[in-house]
Ligand binder design. Structure first.
Ligand code: 0WE
Length: 279
């Protein structure tokens, strides 16, 4: 009797050169806006890279003149992209931003909201010391901005089966020491995702959050004990490591594309499995 392995028919991939991370065009002719790129390490930049790799045209928004050059340099790596200043706490800024996107792109398929801010003094010590001002600012920038942006994006997204994606953190569901008011904000952000998903679903627009494990970014720099946190999570997570920006970027790509067409209103963990653990 012949070796059973001789019965296996091996089919060679017709385009074995075009697998992995090479440029493809599954999102060709699609457009997106990315809020929250600060530098190369930004999760927003990883999301943008994944979307651009699949051919999406992108609009990058930045806040403050100091960020402009960095964001312009990064945008230059993405063909057909544009760059706009956007302070999400200024309603007129958001109006103007989406007017420009309408003029340049004409329509919009994807919004990536990767924006969060709390005053540094609110991210340490006991949560009950949170000031009213600190509470309001964290929610204005990190939570309300999603709804404010979604509302302006809506007319450009209607009838295009678009997708809105935001970034969350497990601190919105469980207590993470020092995350404090940002935890309350992420809980409200994830609830916003559900209400927006219900509103926009009938218009064919999906809304989801990615709950990323901790990653070394500008936002995380200066957070007390961050390195220790990374090591602790890497030792407990099922995959025994931390996650990368690229892994979050590729989940963003999944949520932006048609493979996720049945998913809305949810929070997807990209955290090496950490969130399933009891201890
Ligand atoms: O959502 C975040 C970052 C949020 C953030 C961080 C800062 C630091 C600098 C918002 N605003 C500010 N404002 C600043 O002035 N993460 C998930 C990263 C993060 O931040 C933490 C964490 C983790 C994880 C803060 C305390 C404890 C853990």
């Amino acid at each position: 009797m012949a070796d059973f392995r001789s019965r296996i028919i091996r089919i060679r991939s017709p385009d074995s050169k075009n697998q992995g991370t090479t440029v493809t065009d599954s999102l060709k002719g699609r457009t997106g806006v990315i809020l929250g790129v600060a530098n190369k390490r930004s999760i927003a930049w990883a999301c943008a890279s994944s979307l651009a790799r699949e051919g999406m045209r992108l609009c990058f928004t930045y806040i403050g003149e100091r960020m402009e050059e960095k964001v312009r340099d990064l945008a230059a790596e993405c063909p057909g992209s544009m760059v706009l200043e956007l302070d999400v706490t200024q309603p007129e800024h958001i109006d103007a931003c989406f007017e420009e996107i309408k003029d340049e792109f004409g329509f919009l398929d994807t919004v990536v909201h990767a924006v969060a801010f709390a005053k540094r003094e609110e991210l340490k010590g006991d949560f009950y010391h949170t000031s009213k001002d600190g509470y309001m600012i964290a929610h204005e920038v990190s939570v309300y901005s999603l709804t404010a942006v979604a509302r302006r994006a809506l007319p450009l997204m209607e009838g295009r089966e678009g997708s809105i994606i935001t970034l969350s953190y497990i601190g919105g569901e469980r207590v993470i020491p020092n995350y404090n008011v940002m935890g309350i904000a992420k809980a409200a952000l994830e609830a916003s995702v559900r209400y927006l998903a219900n509103d926009l679903g009938p218009k064919g627009i999906r809304v989801n959050a990615i709950s990323a494990g901790p990653i070394r970014t500008l936002s995380a720099s200066g957070v007390d004990g961050f390195s220790k946190m990374l090591d602790q999570i890497a030792s407990k997570a099922p995959l025994r490591r931390n996650v990368t920006q690229e892994e979050v970027g590729d989940t963003c790509l999944f949520l932006a594309g048609k493979h996720s067409r049945g998913i809305t209103g949810t929070t997807i963990f990209v955290d090496a499995g950490y969130h399933i653990m009891g201890v």
